[in-house]
Design a protein around this ligand. Structure first.
Ligand SMILES: Nc1ncnc2c1ncn2[C@@H]1O[C@H](COP(=O)(O)OP(=O)(O)OP(=O)(O)O)[C@@H](O)[C@H]1O
Ligand SMILES: [Mg+2]
Length: 318
């Protein structure tokens, strides 16, 4: 089973615009725009984390572009360290490839974290948007709209997403719990909402985490919200040392993605676990942990680095 199947946030990410929770006004306006797709402007989605911005962008692509939507959709992250030149290169290549099929009105470029771009980069982005407008529509996503330069804002239809209201969060969590055959009680759900304050991604993750403790009760929600889950890190180490590299990696990713453990905490607990369990190759493993800790601090991709670390530990275990 892949990690995206085990994570409820992905498993239950809406595929259709009509399945989006809350954001009624936005869904209404977007649906209206879809009546005349060829006239659709560029879009700018703003708002806090976990409330449906990326989800709606993907639904929109699917609905406009049909079955082969993936081929005609380019997803980019603007905060990528390679910067605006990477964006320019990728957009250029993408807008050029193949001729436009008659069955699609335009290609779609989803640019996440656009507010992380510097002013200069945004000015360059504005040129890129203009140069490719004939064949492409942009969906820009930003947490903080005030960091987007005015000339870009004025070229887009702007949609400000709001946090999801308590009723909608609770109803949505109940639906998921029912499908997963998990026991929930009202106090547990209320506690999830109190912790997550309308961030639906966080709420679903907390639902999953607390249900793994048995049932979604107030007590279990509290426990999983504050939990450091060191025993799970022990389990990752054990799997890695036993050479079960895939299982170790899946569990590591689950800890980080579902339970929100930071990469540096993961390494810290791993280091403690190595000494506590008195591993035979203690020195080598400890050295490896230090090396990967340094690499992540220097900006290397944490998921790749931690996977490589587990692979190395598994080699040392042989
Ligand atoms: N409005 C919503 N309706 C249904 N599910 C949602 C909604 N918002 C968030 N979710 C759930 O949370 C997950 C994350 O949502 P999404 O990726 O759309 O967040 P986002 O607003 O783009 O956040 P970020 O700013 O962190 O990128 C989805 O996979 C889905 O399971
Ligand atoms: Mg997003």
């Amino acid at each position: 089973m892949s990690i995206s199947n085990t994570m409820w946030v992905e498993k239950y990410r809406p595929q259709k615009i009509s399945d989006i929770v809350n954001q009624k006004e936005i869904v209404g306006s977007i649906t209206a725009l879809l009546k005349n797709v060829s006239e659709m402007p560029h879009l700018l989605f703003s708002g806090s984390a976990g409330i449906g911005k990326t989800t709606l962008a993907l639904c929109l692509s699917r609905e406009i572009l049909g079955e082969r939507w993936r081929e005609y959709t380019l997803e980019l992250n603007a905060s990528d360290e390679r910067g605006i030149n990477m964006v320019r290169e990728r957009v250029k290549k993408f807008s050029r490839f193949a001729g436009l099929d008659t069955e699609i009105p335009f290609k779609i470029i989803i640019l996440d974290e656009a507010d992380e771009m510097t002013g200069d980069a945004q000015t360059a982005l504005r040129r890129i948007i203009e140069d490719t407008s004939k064949f492409c529509r942009f969906i820009l996503i930003a947490n903080n709209i005030s960091k987007i330069i005015e000339p870009i804002q004025s070229r887009c239809a702007v949609f400000k997403f709001t946090r999801i209201e308590e009723n909608d969060v609770v109803t949505h969590l109940k639906e998921i719990a029912k499908k997963e055959k998990v026991k929930v009680d009202e106090d547990g759900l209320k506690m999830i909402y109190d912790y997550t304050e309308g961030d639906l991604r966080h709420a679903i993750n907390l639902l999953q985490a607390s249900s793994s403790l048995g049932a979604v009760t107030e007590e279990n929600v509290k426990a999983s919200a504050g939990l450091t889950r060191t025993s799970d890190v022990d389990a990752v180490l054990k799997l890695a040392v036993a050479g079960k590299i895939l299982e170790a990696r899946n569990k590591m990713i689950e800890l980080i993605k579902v339970y929100g453990m930071s990469e540096s905490d993961f390494l810290k607990y791993l280091n403690e676990a190595v000494y506590r369990t008195k591993q035979p190759n203690l020195a080598e493993i400890s050295q490896a942990i230090a090396e990967y800790d340094y690499r992540i601090l220097s900006g290397a991709n944490p998921e790749i680095q931690l996977s490589a670390l587990l692979a190395q530990i598994s080699n040392l275990g042989k």
